[in-house]
Design a protein around this ligand. Structure first.
Ligand SMILES: *Cc1c(COP(=O)(O)O)cnc(C)c1O
Length: 217
């Protein structure tokens, strides 16, 4: 698949869902991809990328930013509190706000730095023990507590369990977002982004379908 193929499929899915063209932001997930592949996608004109490790992002994106204007970086992997400052300096969006301690740290740093990336709360829709994210039953309270800290939330994010039909999880995420007045829905990856768009995704996170299989990570 090329970037153009994926963009075409997104446009078709938007149309099929009766949504406006361009409603969905494509986040090209570049984690552990060789720099030549990332550069090729930049050269094709794409500017929105996702990384799941702060360390890795800090290693490669400053150089790309020297070469290309207008890059928007989304952090989509788990964030340790002690890396929050670095993440907020590097990324324009963080998709993995998932616990009170992290929310407090981000709120404090946002005051101090006078800026804050767009924030998505990660919801563990499958209630998987090993997975990050707030439980669906705790989402409303967590969202309210973030707002009490003056954090502005963009929306919600989920990673459905691999062995389940993702649409059920996308629908659940959309429902939680709607009742909390949140517009952003970060959901859908290489194997299911069209289904996510049908259920209202505003951000799809697509890696291997654009860049090819990852050799690690
Ligand atoms: C790696 C990753 C993706 C992209 O996965 P693909 O299946 O390669 O499209 C999306 N979201 C998150 C959180 C990821 O870690």
């Amino acid at each position: 698949m090329t970037l153009q193929d994926i963009s075409d499929r997104i446009a078709k899915a938007e149309e099929a869902a009766g949504r406006a063209a361009g409603d969905t932001t494509l986040i090209a997930v570049s984690k552990v991809q060789p720099n030549e592949r990332v550069a090729a996608v930049l050269e094709a004109g794409h500017r929105v990328f996702g990384e799941n490790r702060v360390q890795e992002a800090a290693g490669k994106w400053p150089d790309f930013r020297e070469r290309f204007d207008g890059i928007e970086l989304h952090l989509i992997g788990p964030l340790q509190t002690n890396k929050a400052r670095q993440a907020m300096e590097l990324a324009q969006a963080i998709h993995t706000l998932d616990r009170p301690k992290l929310a407090k740290t981000i709120a404090r740093l946002a005051q101090e730095m006078g800026q804050c990336p767009k924030l998505f709360v990660q919801v563990n829709t499958g209630e998987e023990e090993q997975k990050a994210g707030v439980l669906p039953a705790e989402a409303d309270d967590f969202i309210a507590s973030c707002r009490d800290m003056d954090l502005t939330l963009e929306g919600l994010m989920c990673i459905p369990p691999v062995e389940e039909e993702p649409s059920l999880h996308f629908a659940l995420l959309a429902k939680i977002a709607e009742r909390n007045g949140l517009k952003g829905l970060s959901m859908g990856m290489s194997g299911d982004f069209e289904r996510a768009i049908a259920l209202g995704a505003t951000h799809v996170r697509v890696g291997s379908a654009i860049f090819g299989e990852r050799t690690a990570g």
